[in-house]
Design a protein. Structure first.
Length: 274
């Protein structure tokens, strides 16, 4: 394994797609119902030049907002606080998404993600409830577990990691996020016998402040369309930016868990679960 360049820095931007919700406030199962996502996905995007990406997406947004074609598009209105503020794939109209993808494809980006299927997760939670009367599932538990899984897997060595994750709600999750990252780094060191980075800097931010969060949102949206709607054209569009997708619940050849990359593209059917 190569030693890191002593002056090197990796810039990771972390966000999620879907949500970790399994139950409503009264404990009723939501999985499988309309409006409940089938999956919860956590992704990280390695951006070679965050400042240049921020400038490019900022210029694109300025150009699109000045284009008369988008004059009456609701999401483009400043008072809506959507596209006029930052790109967000779910809110952006199709013509805007195409332009954002065009810009992203011109940058040096590397995308990693871990996927949990909520049907399989529900089975696990119900089984654990049978065995442990005091156990209660929490969405933060799943999020923290996926952070550790996402970062314990291999990525290039560097002297410094700068990790920016999207804020979730009003409460600060920085301490829990850092704890999960430290566990991931310790697991990597145990498995490979080397420390990946001498320094890890972690910050919580928002998409308007960090364009890297807008970019990882687009990558996650593309992957989510594959899993939620069996629509693969978007993930195929970004596939040359994908390093690794770990589907933790997919069963292949009797084994749970599958990893997809450039040599092993995602299967057309996103569903085979245990």
């Amino acid at each position: 394994m190569n030693s890191p360049d002593p002056s090197s820095t990796l810039h990771f931007f972390v966000d999620e797609a879907g949500d970790p919700t399994l139950f409503d406030a009264k404990g009723r199962i939501l999985v499988g119902q309309e409006g409940c996502s089938k999956t919860f996905i956590l992704g990280k995007l390695d951006v070679q030049d965050p400042a240049a990406l921020h400038a490019a997406l900022g210029q694109l947004r300025t150009d699109l907002l000045a284009d008369p074609y988008f004059k009456r598009v609701p999401s483009m209105q400043a008072e809506r606080g959507k596209t006029a503020l930052a790109f967000h794939a779910k809110d952006d109209v199709a013509e805007v998404r195409r332009e954002v993808f065009r810009v992203l494809m011109g940058f040096d980006l590397r995308f990693y993600a871990v996927v949990r299927h909520k049907a399989a997760l529900l089975d696990y939670v119900q089984l654990r409830n049978e065995r442990e009367a005091g156990y209660r599932y929490r969405g933060d538990e799943l999020y923290d577990t996926l952070v550790e899984e996402l970062f314990r897997r291999y990525h290039p060595l560097a002297d410094r990691l700068e990790i920016c994750f999207a804020k979730r709600g009003s409460k600060s999750r920085t301490h829990a996020f850092r704890s999960a990252i430290e566990k991931a780094e310790a697991r990597f060191e145990r498995e490979y016998g080397v420390r990946r980075s001498a320094e890890v800097a972690i910050v919580a931010s928002t998409p308007p402040e960090r364009a890297g969060l807008q970019a990882v949102d687009y990558c996650l949206w593309a992957l989510q369309r594959h899993y939620e709607r069996d629509e693969s054209r978007y993930v195929e569009l970004i596939w040359n930016k994908v390093v690794e997708i770990e589907d933790m619940d997919r069963v292949e050849a009797g084994r749970k868990g599958a990893v997809y990359n450039k040599k092993r593209p995602l299967v057309t059917d996103p569903g085979a679960l245990e």
